[in-house]
Ligand binder design. Structure first.
Ligand code: AMP
Ligand code: GLY
Length: 422
């Protein structure tokens, strides 16, 4: 079977690594991919949002199955475009991807189907948002409605900060049209967890839970990023809580989307806050998490292709997933300056040494090839991921590998996975 993966980050390297192990895959393409995905298939220089070009490529190469990594092509309608040509795709339709594409839509859906989430208000005019802030007690959370690569969310400890966030998003348009609408949300307290499931629109098959680390610095300090590391399993999601999340969040979301004429197929990712009164949804994403996918797929024992194919074809009820008992930890190594402006083009050394370590995979994210060398080309550069008999051992293994890798200004958190040890 000829398979195309769309995207070029750490998540897509993890998908390429896992899918290349499937016996049914005869040829793997990744568009645009990165030097890491090139170890498992052929990179094609088409960007993830160039849907017409991707479609032409898939038709020309007679691609049997396409797996879409990032949210942008999904919200732009890649699944609809491919399906219209008879191409089989894994990922939700444009209408279903609104669940991530618009926070206002996602909040309204949760309200309509009694899915627990933070109290919120939606605003289309800055003046109304300002008036609301003046009359409500901080802390509060200001969010751009549309896609902003995980950066359109501002946690505000004071009214002043909230007013500045409204200016940044609505007046200065820091996230472009993503900030035409905003929502202002109640601040939730608790530990976060990522709950991902594969669904064909009826059956919802949970993946092993994971935990991300959104903030740039140790101790969850500093601005939010796309994610600085992740681990799986996530002990905070006990088996009882996982059951509760399935019943109160995942199943109602999938059946709610079906009832509203937007059948949801693909990965449904719920970002959760585990509050004193139970799990509440911070956001839905319409795709695999990055970096959660890296540790999750390291632990998956089952052939991933079979599961994704079954979801796309609508027979996911015939699939079950097996998980390794080992834990996995992913430490993201980022470029100097990230999540702000960052340096590009630094030569990365030590990848060959890290590659020799057992049960360790260094997933590439923002890397490029130059004169036979691997250089940095993005904010999040590598996801150093390792298995271990337990979280503690996996942490040690991942940091052992990270210590072998260096470039000028490389930065990473030193406390990934620590929360799970408590
Ligand atoms: P989101 O993209 O909506 O998941 O928000 C990004 C991050 O901001 C989350 O992972 C949380 O760390 C934080 N966050 C978002 N909403 C809230 C909230 N209502 N209360 C506390 N933290 C939040
Ligand atoms: N790691 C957060 C995300 O994928 O949205």
């Amino acid at each position: 079977m000829k398979v195309l993966i769309v995207g070029g980050g750490g998540r897509e390297h993890a998908l390429a690594w896992k899918l290349s192990q499937s016996k049914s895959v005869t040829k793997l393409f990744i568009a645009p991919g990165n030097p890491g995905t090139a170890m498992h298939g052929e990179n094609i220089p088409i960007a993830a949002e160039e849907i017409d070009e991707l479609k032409a490529f898939a038709l020309r190469e007679k691609i049997d199955f396409t797996v879409v990594g990032p949210e942008l092509p999904l919200t732009l309608g890649i699944t609809d475009a491919f399906t219209a040509e008879g191409l089989l795709v894994f990922g939700p339709s444009k209408a279903a991807a609104e669940l991530e594409g618009s926070k206002a839509f996602s909040k309204e859906l949760m309200l309509r189907h009694n899915i627990p989430t933070a109290f919120y208000k939606k605003f289309e005019h800055a003046a109304e948002a300002r008036a609301y802030i003046e009359t409500h007690k901080p802390p509060m959370v200001v969010k751009a409605d549309g896609l902003a690569a995980g950066k359109g969310v501002v946690i505000c400890q004071s009214a002043q900060e909230a007013l500045e966030a409204v200016d940044l998003i609505m007046t200065e348009k820091a996230f472009g049209s993503a900030g035409k609408k905003i929502i202002i949300e109640e601040f939730l307290v608790g530990e976060e967890a990522s709950f991902l499931a594969i669904t064909d629109g009826k059956t919802v098959l949970p993946l092993a839970p994971a935990q991300d680390h959104k903030a740039i610095f140790d101790g969850d300090r500093g601005p939010n990023t796309g994610g600085m590391g992740a681990y799986s399993p996530a002990p905070v999601l006990t088996p009882e809580l996982q059951k509760e999340v399935m019943e109160k969040v995942m199943l109602p979301a999938v059946s709610g989307m079906e009832k509203e004429g937007r059948p949801y197929k693909g990965i449904l990712y719920a970002g959760l806050m585990m509050t004193k009164t139970g799990p509440k949804v911070l956001e839905f994403n319409c795709r695999f998490g990055d970096p959660e996918t890296q540790p999750i797929l390291m632990r998956l024992g089952t052939d991933l292709l079979e599961a994704l194919l079954a979801a796309a074809k609508g027979n996911l009820d015939e699939v079950s997933l097996e998980w390794k008992t080992e834990a996995a930890v992913c430490v993201v190594m980022a470029a100097k300056g990230y999540p702000g402006d960052y340096l590009k083009g630094s030569e990365i050394r030590g990848l060959d040494k890290a590659a020799l370590l057992p049960d360790t995979v260094v997933f590439h994210a923002g890397t490029a090839s130059r004169d036979g060398k691997v250089v940095t080309s993005g904010g999040r550069v590598l996801g150093v991921t390792a298995l271990g008999v337990d979280i503690k051992a996996a942490i040690e293994n991942a940091y052992k590998a990270a210590a072998l890798i260096e470039w000028e200004g490389a930065q990473y958190r030193t406390d990934i996975g620590k929360k799970a040890l408590r």
